[in-house]
Design a protein around this ligand. Structure first.
Ligand SMILES: Nc1ncnc2c1ncn2[C@@H]1O[C@H](COP(=O)(O)OP(=O)(O)OP(=O)(O)O)[C@@H](O)[C@H]1O
Length: 310
C-alpha cells in the first residue's frame, strides 16, 4: 500500500546525511487493534518531514513510538547515538490553574541557563513574557513558549505535534516561518505533525500521509497530486498543498512585518504587506493575485464559503 512518490527535481541537500531518527516497519497495537502498522520514515539533519492524516490516523502514536514515549509492538526504531530531541507534545499534562511563570516552565524539564532561555524566548518572539504566568498567555503565546522550551536545549531533532493548535491564521503563518528559520539557522531536523493541509507545506521537504499506515509520501507537490492523497482527503484538498508551496516568495517576521524572499533565500527588508495574500485566503485560490477576501477563520473552506466572498 505504501507509495513512495518522487519528483523530477533534485533531491534535498540533506539526502546524503545519515538519518537522525528512523522507523522501519513500525507497528503499535493496543487493545487488540493496530493503531499504526508498517510505518517507515526517517528524518535527516536539516530536513522537515511532515506527518499529515485525518484525526485518529496515528500521527501522534507514530511520533511517540519513534521517541520511545510509548512502546512499539513491531518494527525497528533507530535514533542516532546521543541524539538531542526537543519535543512539543500535542497535549501537556499540566494543571494550568496553578501559578507557573514562563521562566519556571522553561526550566521544568531541563534547567537551561538563563541566557539560553532568554535567547530562545527571543527567537520565538516572546522574550517580553519571561515573567508572565503561563495560565494568562494567549494560545499563540503559549505555543511560542513551548517552541522556545523545545529549542532551548539546542536539539538535533525538533518534534512538533500540532504546534499551531489554537493559533490564529496569521500566527500560524508566522510560527511556520519561524520553524523554517530554526531549521535554516540551526540545521536541525524537524518532524512535524499537522492536519492542516493548506499551510504546513511551505517549507516541508517530505510529506507523509498517514492513515494507520503510510498512504503515500514524497515532496508536497507530488503528494498533493497523487490519487492516494485525493482519496484520503477528497478532491477539494488537492490544490491546497501545492499552491502554497508554489508562491513562497515572502516571509512574515514575528513583529508582523512582511519581507520579500528571493528564490535563493535572500531576504529583502522592505514591506510589501499590501501585496500579501497569505493571511486570509482559502487555500485553493491562493494564487497571489492579491485579492483580499479575509475569511479570518483558522480552517478555510476552499471556496470562501466562510468569508465575505459571495
Ligand atoms: N494508548 C492507547 N490505547 C488505545 N488506543 C489508543 C491509544 N492511544 C491512541 N489510541 C487510538 O489510536 C488512534 C490513533 O491516535 P493518534 O493520537 O495517534 O491519532 P492522530 O493521527 O494523532 O489524531 P489527531 O489528528 O486527532 O491528533 C486513535 O483512534 C486513538 O483513539
Amino acid at each position: 500500500m505504501t507509495r513512495s512518490l518522487s519528483s523530477a527535481s533534485a533531491p534535498s541537500p540533506s539526502a546524503a546525511a545519515a538519518p537522525l531518527i528512523e522507523a522501519a516497519g513500525l507497528g503499535v497495537r493496543r487493545d487488540g487493534r493496530w493503531l499504526v502498522r508498517n510505518v517507515s520514515l526517517s528524518v535527516r539533519p536539516g530536513e522537515i518531514v511532515t506527518l499529515i492524516g485525518p484525526n485518529g490516523s496515528g500521527k501522534s502514536t507514530t511520533v511517540k513510538a519513534m521517541l520511545g514515549v510509548l512502546s512499539a509492538d513491531e518494527g525497528r526504531i533507530e535514533r542516532r547515538a546521543g541524539l538531542k530531541v526537543g519535543y512539543v507534545p500535542q497535549k501537556l499534562a499540566v494543571d494550568w490553574t496553578l501559578p507557573l511563570t514562563v521562566e519556571r516552565m522553561m526550566r521544568l524539564v531541563a534547567n537551561h541557563p538563563r541566557a539560553a532561555i532568554e535567547e530562545s524566548l527571543a527567537a520565538t518572539g516572546v522574550a517580553h513574557l519571561v515573567g508572565a504566568e503561563m495560565r494568562n498567555l494567549s494560545g499563540g503565546e503559549f505555543q511560542r513558549v513551548l517552541l522556545a522550551r523545545a529549542i532551548a536545549g539546542r536539539p538535533d531533532l525538533l518534534v512538533l505535534d500540532e504546534p499551531v493548535q489554537g493559533v490564529d491564521f496569521n500566527g500560524e503563518v508566522a510560527l511556520y516561518e519561524l520553524i523554517g528559520r530554526i531549521r535554516r539557522e540551526t540545521g536541525c531536523g524537524i518532524l512535524l505533525v499537522s492536519h492542516d493541509l493548506h499551510i504546513v507545506m511551505a517549507e516541508t521537504d517530505t510529506v507523509i500521509c498517514l492513515n494507520g499506515h503510510v498512504c503515500c509520501q514524497g515532496p508536497p507537490r507530488i503528494v498533493a497530486e497523487s490519487d492516494e492523497y485525493a482519496r484520503l482527503f477528497g478532491p477539494r484538498a488537492r490544490g491546497a498543498l501545492a499552491v502554497y508551496a508554489h508562491h513562497h516568495d515572502h516571509a512574515h517576521l514575528p513583529d508582523g512585518r512582511v519581507v520579500s524572499v528571493d528564490t535563493d533565500g535572500t531576504v529583502h527588508d522592505h514591506l510589501h504587506d499590501a501585496a500579501c495574500g497569505c493571511d486570509g485566503e482559502g487555500p485553493s485560490h491562493h494564487d497571489h493575485h492579491h485579492h483580499h477576501h479575509h475569511g479570518g477563520a483558522h480552517s478555510h473552506p476552499p471556496h470562501g464559503t466562510g468569508g465575505e466572498a459571495a
